[in-house]
Design a protein around this ligand. Structure first.
Ligand code: ATP
Length: 226
């Protein structure tokens, strides 16, 4: 498939042509320099951008737009400052039309998963950057996504908090068997976190391999960052 911005005007910026299969339950990291197409790929996988050629399928069925099983968490985590933490999580559940009880249960579960039980009534401005990012993750987890798409979710955090949250995310992935696609421009992070790494350059896949079989030097070389 391929997606190019302003394709009608003949521009080539964007993604593809490429073919990518994300396997159920895997933790895939996507790495590449700025402008290589990482965010575009996630927007296509989330159903926000419709490829100009090819199709996105989920379990064999074509996806025609945003889908409840596909949840994207972006870097600017877009929490609503005028809502409480619980209000923010409930907002993410709106489209699922759940009963009140189920909504509360999912909110409590999600807060526990990210280590912030008891924070439901807090206001967003009372939280640290790391806590806000955990809430953004909790909001996504509460939707019980089949595919969790994370676009450099922890890049604004200090190194220690970043490592902490990354480890929590790994724990959640192992416990829930959710499928994760994690975008980062940090090569070491890409290799440390995922089971499989896809490297993008100029909108093309230049490497697709199990993380255990790739060295940071190899990654640097295919991305021309050595
Ligand atoms: N809305 C847009 N309109 C036109 N071109 C765009 C748009 N968004 C992205 N592009 C272009 O498409 C290409 C891929 O961009 P994309 O944002 O997917 O890269 P990225 O790897 O996520 O970059 P970064 O790491 O800087 O976020 C770039 O050349 C970019 O300039």
């Amino acid at each position: 498939m391929a997606y190019h911005y302003n394709a009608r005007r003949g521009q080539r910026a964007g993604l593809g042509p490429l073919s990518l299969k994300v396997n159920a339950g895997e933790f895939l990291t996507v790495v590449g320099p700025s402008g290589s197409g990482k965010s575009t790929l996630l927007s296509v996988l989330a159903g926000f951008l419709k490829p100009q050629s090819g199709v996105l399928t989920l379990a064999g069925q074509p996806v025609k737009g945003p889908h409840p099983a596909l949840t994207l968490v972006q870097q600017e985590h877009a929490l609503f400052p005028w809502l409480t933490v619980a209000g923010n999580i409930a907002f993410g559940l709106k489209s699922q039309k759940l009963g009140r009880e189920e909504q509360v249960r999912r909110t409590l579960d999600a807060l526990e998963q990210v280590g912030l039980s008891g924070y439901g009534e807090r206001r967003i401005h009372e939280l640290s950057g790391g806590q806000r990012q955990r809430i953004a993750l909790a909001r996504a987890l509460a939707t019980r996504p089949g595919l969790l798409l994370l676009d450099e979710p922890f890049s604004a955090l200090d190194a220690r908090t970043r490592t902490e949250i990354s480890q929590e995310l790994l724990g959640i992935w192992q416990a829930q068997q959710v499928t994760v696609v994690f975008v980062t421009h940090n090569l070491d992070e890409a290799l440390a976190l995922g089971e499989r790494v896809v490297a993008l350059r100029g909108g093309q896949v230049v490497l697709d391999a199990p993380t255990g079989e790739v060295s940071p030097e190899q990654l640097r070389m295919v991305l021309d960052e050595s």
